[in-house]
Design a protein around this ligand. Sequence first.
Ligand SMILES: [Zn+2]
Length: 173
Amino acid sequence: MSIAKWLFSFLLSCAVPAAVLAAGAHEHGRAELEIAVDGSRLELRLSAPLDGLVGFEHRPRNGEERAALESARVALLEPARLIEPSPAARCRLQSAKVPDPFAEHQGDAGEDAHADVDAAWQFDCAEADALTAIVIRLDERFPHLERVEAVFVGPAGQGASTLPAGRGRVELR
Ligand SMILES: [Zn+2]
């Protein structure tokens, strides 16, 4: 279990902000963003119904849908415009993981199937003390998002905030 995961289990078991109570629900237009700071490491995880990112959740049926899916994946793999930690913290992206949402499914699950995207990013911050906020601009690339429920945990505490349309500033202290 990663430190971030452990911290979130801890957060969920003892604090439970209102926003987190709804965690795990598959609701179109809504996404969850977990942010964890541990020393120089900054980890973010985004979980979103695929519909909020590309406008459909079935396995891509044509070139246009395949391109939409791939383009969303590429945007998440290079999140510089979507996720901006305090510049003074000099955070550098170490890894980005965006698994294929259809990799686990065998065949087409049908019209009623739902699919989620789970992206994970890890940054290393040279000046972690200067990491005070993260600006999120998911709306630049994903205009279908209606809101993002963000939770964070770090050395200065924990909290939760809602980012309308996936845009906003998460204050970490
Ligand atoms: Zn769905």
